[in-house]
Design a protein around this ligand. Sequence first.
Ligand code: FE2
Length: 366
Amino acid sequence: MKIELSENKVFFENNGSKKEIHPFWLRERVNGENYVDKSTKQRLFDPTELNGNVKIKNVSLSDKFLEIIFSDGIKTKLTIQSILNEFSNINEVKFIKKIRWDSSLSNLNNFKFNHNFFEEKIMYEALISFYKFGFVIFKKVPTEKNFIVKFANSIGSIRRTNFGEFFNVKSKPNPNDLAYTSLPLAPHTDNPYRNPVPCIQLLHCIENEVSGGYSTLVDGYTVTEKLKKDYPDYFKILTEIKVRYQFIDKDVVLEDWSEMIKLDENQNFKQVRFSPRLDFVPLMDKEKLNLYYAARNKISELYNSDKYRLEFKLTPGDLLMMDNYRLLHGRTSYDTNEGNRFLQGCYIDYDSTEGKLKHLKRKFNF
Ligand SMILES: [Fe+2]
């Protein structure tokens, strides 16, 4: 990638293709204290009030800088690097390559908590690990009640739902969700009926005295790739049919329609939703429904198979942070007579982890 000049025009060259950079694009990026706020990098002028036909009157290029005088008399000195950065995805978390895993994964991405670590390099490393594997486990997090809220708000901002700021996972009488029983929970994603679905779940173990109640995780990305390779028809229908997910209680009716496997604009993995107790496929031709049901059975079989399911015990002080768009989670059953099992959970969204990651990257100059 490089910048070139020709007859008062600026060109951007990448992989043999050369394109002119619009003069107004450069005019919008005029810097200096009269034009850009030093700390927020917000413009101190409104570009929609400028003449869009602005031209370049004079331009010079050196190794590090591009100096321009525009036809409206404004001068600026831009670093070449700042221009090149806008053409790369270096600031995107997409540069972190996902690592697929199955039940053979032995590294559980453990990071030890300390009270200052939200601003330390270890948090940067933990977040990178989170984006690679879809989860991390923080150890020795204080087991004070509701500490989860403080924790979540130290990474970003908690995502409040109709369950409140956080929720308590323990068996209770008359539960409005299976999570609040001692029954086993098959791998699922949380809250597929919300728009948008909460991106990340935090689960903090406060007490765990029972011998069962193991936590389970499945990499939805690994399973999706397996389905795509071995069962392309199933993969196709699950990426095409929009299913209705719903949650109903006495206060609210929540519904959202989505494909069970959602792909991004480049047809790559984006999100899975799986919660077969609350999904409703639309009425379609019998043949199409036959294929859909076979596909859902197959993906359920894969999600529930020993090959893909990681099983481990959360002990008091463990805080599991998992990507609810990529991973499925569940737990094995337990016996309430053996003692207490008490977890607290909450949600945050990607803007929290992305914002923190970019902040730490800037802070440590990574
Ligand atoms: Fe859940």
